[in-house]
Design a protein around this ligand. Structure first.
Ligand SMILES: [Zn+2]
Length: 251
C-alpha cells in the first residue's frame, strides 16, 4: 500500500458505515480526492478535529482499493474566527460546494486551491462579505474560462461606458441598440456595472469603504444570475445562504 501526503481543504464530509466518514478534499496537486476516515465518528477519535468542513490541513493517505484511506491529519488553519459567525459559515459552505462541483479528481488545480484559501482567509476577517463572494464568483468564472465581458457589447462589440442601465447576460453586457433582440438577461444600473468592473480588476478589499448595501446586494444578485446561467444549475448552498441571511438581516 502506497502512502502519500497532501495539503488540503476539507470540502465535504459524509457519514459512512457505523463510525466512518467519506471526506472530500481539495488539493493543489491532485485536484479533488474522496477518501475514507475510519472510526472518525467514535468518541475520542484523533482524526475528527482535523477534518472539519473548510479546514486547511495536512492529510496523510494510504492507497485503498476503491477510495484512499486517511491515516492521519494535522490542522494548518481552522479559520476559527469564521466559525463564530453563522453568516460567514453559510458563505464558506457556498464556497465549498462550488469548489466541490468545479474541481476534478486527479487533476491538479493550484489556481482554484489558491482562490479558495484566499477567500476563506478574507471571509474570516471583517469586511464586505457579499462583495468578497461576488469577487470569488467572478474569479471562478475566469478560471473556468467563462469570464464575462464587462467592457464591450457581447453582440456588436461596441465599448460600453459606465453611465446608464444595460442588459447583462451570462456572456456579458449587451448595449442598448442590441438589447431588443437579445433573449434573457437582467437590467443592471451604472453603479452595479462599476462594482462588477472593480471586482473583475481584482479589487475586493473593500473593508471600511462606504458601499451602499442596496448596490452591494444588487451586485451579488447580478453575479448569482451569471453563475446560475453559466453553471446551469442553482446551488443548494446558495439557497442555504440566502435563508441564513434572512434570519440575520444585519449580516
Ligand atoms: Zn451592441
Amino acid at each position: 500500500m502506497k502512502n502519500y501526503t497532501v495539503e488540503a481543504l476539507i470540502l465535504k464530509r459524509m457519514d459512512f458505515g457505523e463510525t466512518d466518514r467519506i471526506i472530500t478534499l481539495l488539493t493543489p496537486n491532485h485536484g479533488k480526492i474522496r477518501a475514507v476516515a475510519k472510526g472518525v465518528r467514535r468518541p475520542g477519535s484523533r482524526l475528527a478535529g482535523h477534518l472539519e468542513p473548510f479546514s486547511h490541513a495536512k492529510v496523510f493517505l494510504a492507497k485503498g482499493r476503491n477510495l484512499d484511506i486517511i491515516t492521519q491529519a494535522q490542522t494548518l488553519n481552522q479559520y476559527r474566527e469564521l466559525r463564530a459567525d453563522l453568516s460567514a459559515v453559510s458563505m464558506a459552505f457556498y464556497l465549498s460546494e462550488l469548489a466541490e462541483r468545479v474541481s476534478v479528481e486527479g487533476e491538479k488545480n493550484y489556481p482554484l486551491f489558491n482562490l479558495f484559501t484566499q477567500t476563506l482567509s478574507q471571509l474570516a476577517t471583517e469586511g464586505e462579505r457579499n462583495m468578497l463572494l461576488s469577487w470569488f464568483d467572478l474569479s471562478l468564472l475566469e478560471l473556468l474560462g467563462y469570464k464575462p465581458d464587462l467592457q464591450r457589447c457581447h453582440e456588436c462589440g461596441h465599448d460600453i461606458p459606465t453611465q446608464a442601465s444595460y442588459t447583462l447576460t451570462a456572456s456579458g453586457l449587451v448595449c442598448r441598440a442590441c438589447q431588443d433582440h437579445t433573449a434573457g438577461g437582467i437590467c443592471i444600473k451604472a453603479p452595479i456595472l462599476a462594482n462588477l468592473r472593480l471586482l473583475q480588476d481584482g479589487f475586493f478589499d473593500v473593508a471600511g469603504s462606504s458601499l451602499d448595501w442596496k448596490e452591494v446586494t444588487q451586485t451579488r444578485q447580478a453575479l448569482q444570475f451569471i453563475m446560475a446561467y453559466t453553471l446551469q444549475r442553482q446551488f443548494r448552498a446558495s439557497d442555504f445562504m440566502e435563508k441564513v441571511q434572512r434570519l440575520c438581516p444585519e449580516a
